[in-house]
Design a protein around this ligand. Sequence first.
Ligand code: SF4
Length: 79
Amino acid sequence: MRVVVDLSRCEGYAQCAFLAPDAFRMHGEEALMYDPEPDDAQRDRVLRAAAACPVQAILVDRLEGRTERRDAPLEASRP
Ligand code: SF4
């Protein structure tokens, strides 16, 4: 999965680091470090972190359509 954090929005609330510590980590009080390609095993935690971010700075899978790395084509299952 792909993750992008809009660091211009991030206010360093650390909700994400608390909910998905393998993908997001605080460095100091405000600097956020994150894994842009966390393992799919992290998906639930990363999605929870994205939902909990007070400023919606975490974007998940928004870039997948532009890469060669797409897995199952979800559109195919639509009616
Ligand atoms: S929860 Fe949102 S605002 Fe807080 S550190 Fe994570 S990305 Fe930044």
